[in-house]
Design a protein around this ligand. Structure first.
Ligand SMILES: Nc1nc2c(ncn2[C@@H]2O[C@H](COP(=O)(O)OP(=O)(O)O)[C@@H](O)[C@H]2O)c(=O)[nH]1
Ligand SMILES: [Mg+2]
Ligand SMILES: [Zn+2]
Length: 324
């Protein structure tokens, strides 16, 4: 069926049921009141009534074809999400129904593993397959050495070196993407997400902004999250403009980002060891022995803290406002 090109499958079919009155569409981009969707045979813009609720890019919805009104946003298989900045307990969906999380870093500056770990916490919480892309290889003296560092830190995930502007490594990225499956591009502003989408589509579909020369940070040019169907059949989602990512993840998913630390933690003297100052901490022991990187442990501890805070905030919120 035509909808399968856009990632439709049994999970959504079951929710839609046998009815024929409503049509299904996948959200390409959305505002609070409207969603632009891929329907079976065309692109449609539909209104989003308040009772239907908000839709995120990548969501499936059912709409009345004549009146172009959405009637239901279908449950999503998964989502990449973060805590809304300044509102800890609120989840902001970055991309819905994602198969592959393409996590970008820029080789035009000092390599930082910490942001990659944050995006991994999002991806693994969603059970999306991570792919790490090191872009702007043309601005780096030794991209292979940088890639080796990332592969050593994250041996489980593919690491691809690209230059979106020079077309390098693009086919390797493409080899990791499959027809009917959705890849979301995530990473700090200015690393080249839109450029990579462009390089993959080989046309200037999205506006690409110039990096400010003095600080190399990208301008926030893509303010919309748009889903694109590539001629080869895979779907691409550009997640724009994230300055700081507080992953909407879980302590359990964070442990999966740092499996070697989680494993070592089982040997700590205290079951609930935070690996900070407790005696007989096997994780800190491994840091002393040079087996675990101290910064990586600090990152683990911080991400875990954040997720515990998040859990508490959500729990408090669900209990409602406190009485004086
Ligand atoms: N030299 C170089 N510049 C790049 C590369 N990829 C992106 N850029 C530039 O970096 C800036 C930000 O790119 P953009 O795709 O908008 O980043 P985004 O914010 O992640 O979407 C633009 O000026 C791009 O031309 C690359 O591989 N090499
Ligand atoms: Mg962009
Ligand atoms: Zn410990």
């Amino acid at each position: 069926m035509a909808l399968e090109r856009y990632g439709w499958g049994p999970f959504f079919q079951q929710q839609a049921g046998p009815q024929r009155r409503l049509k299904a569409g996948r959200v390409r981009l959305a505002t609070a009141r409207r969603a632009h969707v891929f329907a079976a045979d065309r692109k449609v813009s539909v209104s989003l009534p308040r009772n239907v609720g908000p839709a995120a890019v990548g969501d499936w919805l059912l709409f009345e074809p004549r009146r172009r009104i959405a009637r239901q946003v279908l449950l999503r298989r998964n989502a990449l999400a973060r805590a809304r900045p300044g509102r800890l307990a609120q989840r902001q969906i970055l991309a819905a129904n994602v198969d592959t999380a393409v996590i970008l870093a820029g080789l035009d500056r000092e390599l930082r593993l910490r942001p990659i770990e944050r995006y991994l916490a999002c991806a693994l919480a969603a059970d999306a397959e991570p792919v790490i892309v090191l872009n702007k290889a043309d601005l780096c003296a030794d991209p292979a050495a940088e890639a080796a560092i990332v592969r050593r830190a994250e041996p489980r995930f593919p690491v691809v070196v690209t230059s979106a502007t020079e077309g390098r490594g693009i086919s390797e990225v493409e080899s990791l993407l499959q027809p009917g499956r959705t890849a979301a591009l995530a990473g700090p502003s200015g690393v080249g997400k839109s450029s990579l989408v462009n390089a993959l589509v080989r046309s200037e579909l999205l506006e690409v902004g110039a990096v400010r020369a003095q600080d190399r940070r990208g301008r926030h040019t893509t303010t919309r999250r748009e889903l694109v169907l590539h001629p080869r059949g895979y779907l691409l989602m550009d997640i724009p403009g994230i300055r700081e990512l507080l992953p909407w993840s879980s302590p359990e998913a964070v442990r999966r980002v740092f499996p070697e630390i989680a494993r070592l933690g089982a040997d700590c003297r205290y079951r609930d060891c935070t690996h900070r100052a407790e005696p007989e901490c096997s994780v800190r022991g491994a840091v002393s022995d040079g087996i675990v990187d101290a910064d990586r442990l600090a990152s683990f501890v911080q991400l875990l803290d954040e997720q515990h805070d998040l859990e508490r905030a959500v729990e408090e919120r669900s209990r409602g406002p406190r009485r004086p």
